[in-house]
Design a protein around this ligand. Structure first.
Ligand code: PMP
Length: 337
């Protein structure tokens, strides 16, 4: 039996027990390894869903152009769907993102426009502004807006949540997600809490993001916002995909701790993950005092390590940022790290 096209391989990703990196934890830790999606990230799910909903609503017509501000993973999902369904893609991204991500998007036919990171979202040079402007200028185009497009969280309500429930036979007690647009955590968390309201949903945030403070106080505190190195999660505003009633707790992780943990996952488990996967697991471990032996924790691993070979998987890059000291480096090389 064959599949009709690459889009039919999206979803049904494996749930894999972590064994070594989690040895000091009292509970079972399972990773939902989303790099098994064809675009190597979880974002294939929501990209296809957002496109299907836009088609149903008549927002994009055959031969049209998909426009989005994307750090790469959403772009990859959209680009794959565009190839199969016959659309063009123009993506704006920031100069903070890995060059590999932009090159991969170009390889699957997208046009990529790189914009400066350290400008306000309202600045005409920002990747938000440029994508919005293009959407008004390019004929027959559709501006995706993954932040406020609620088909994003719907994809996870329909797919990621049910898959985790079935794969754990309802035994899941905690869901842990590095959160950005909010689509993954809110869609998956809503489904799981509807199945069992006792399931705890933990959001992992970055230093330099205002999400945790907003969750705890309702304040949009711009003092919380500053540049950071981690990729794919944390925000400087609150996207409409958030519905905080499905989240129990936020935990912040440093750029260094997330990067070091990603490398440990790769080395100790043989699961070659992206940066935010390290942050996700690290954040969960920071909360280990709240976990007990019967708990079954599911961490979402959003993407693949290949997009970060010039960054967290590069020793020099790590050392230049003080993320890898000589002792840690020696430990990693000798296999003890
Ligand atoms: N990690 C990575 C690598 C991502 O690309 C994203 C998406 N921005 C996230 C985490 C956060 O997922 P979400 O946008 O669904 O909150």
């Amino acid at each position: 039996m064959w599949l009709n096209n690459i889009l039919e391989t999206i979803g049904q990703t494996p749930l894999i027990k972590l064994n070594k990196v989690t040895k000091d934890l009292p509970c079972t830790v399972l990773a939902k390894v989303e790099y098994f999606n064809p675009g190597n990230s979880i974002k294939d799910r929501m990209a296809l869903k957002m496109l299907e909903v836009a088609e149903q609503e008549g927002k994009i017509k055959p031969g049209g152009t998909i426009i989005e501000g994307t750090s790469g993973n959403t772009g990859m999902g959209l680009a794959l769907a565009a190839c199969v369904k016959g659309y063009k893609c123009i993506f704006t991204t920031t100069d903070k993102q890995s060059k590999e991500k932009a090159d991969i998007l170009k390889a699957v036919g997208a046009e990529v426009i790189v914009c400066p990171t350290n400008v306000e979202p309202e600045d005409p040079r920002s990747y938000y502004s440029v994508s919005k402007r293009l959407a008004t200028e390019v004929p027959n185009s559709w501006y995706v807006n993954q932040y406020d497009n609620l088909a994003n969280r719907l994809a996870h309500y329909e797919q990621t949540g049910p898959e985790i429930w079935e794969q754990t036979e309802g035994k899941v007690t905690h869901l842990v997600v590095a959160t950005g647009t909010g689509g993954t955590i809110v869609g998956t968390g809503k489904y799981l809490k509807e199945k069992n309201p006792n399931i705890k949903v933990w959001a992992i945030d970055s230093y330099g993001s205002l999400l945790k403070k907003y969750f705890e106080t309702g304040e949009l505190d711009q003092n919380e916002v500053y540049p950071y190195i981690s990729e794919g999660f944390g925000e400087d505003f609150v996207p409409q995909n958030y519905d905080m009633q499905y989240i129990d707790k936020f935990e912040k992780v440093t750029d260094k701790d997330g990067a070091v943990m990603a490398r440990r996952i790769a080395k100790e488990e043989g699961i070659f993950v992206g940066y935010s996967c390290g942050s996700c697991l690290q954040g969960m471990m920071q909360l280990k005092a709240e976990l007990k032996p019967t708990d079954v924790v599911v961490c979402i691993f959003h993407d693949h390590g290949s997009r970060y070979v010039g960054k967290i998987y590069n020793d020099q890059w790590m050392m230049e940022r003080g993320f890898l000291d000589v002792k840690t480096f020696k430990d990693l090389v000798s296999g003890r790290g």
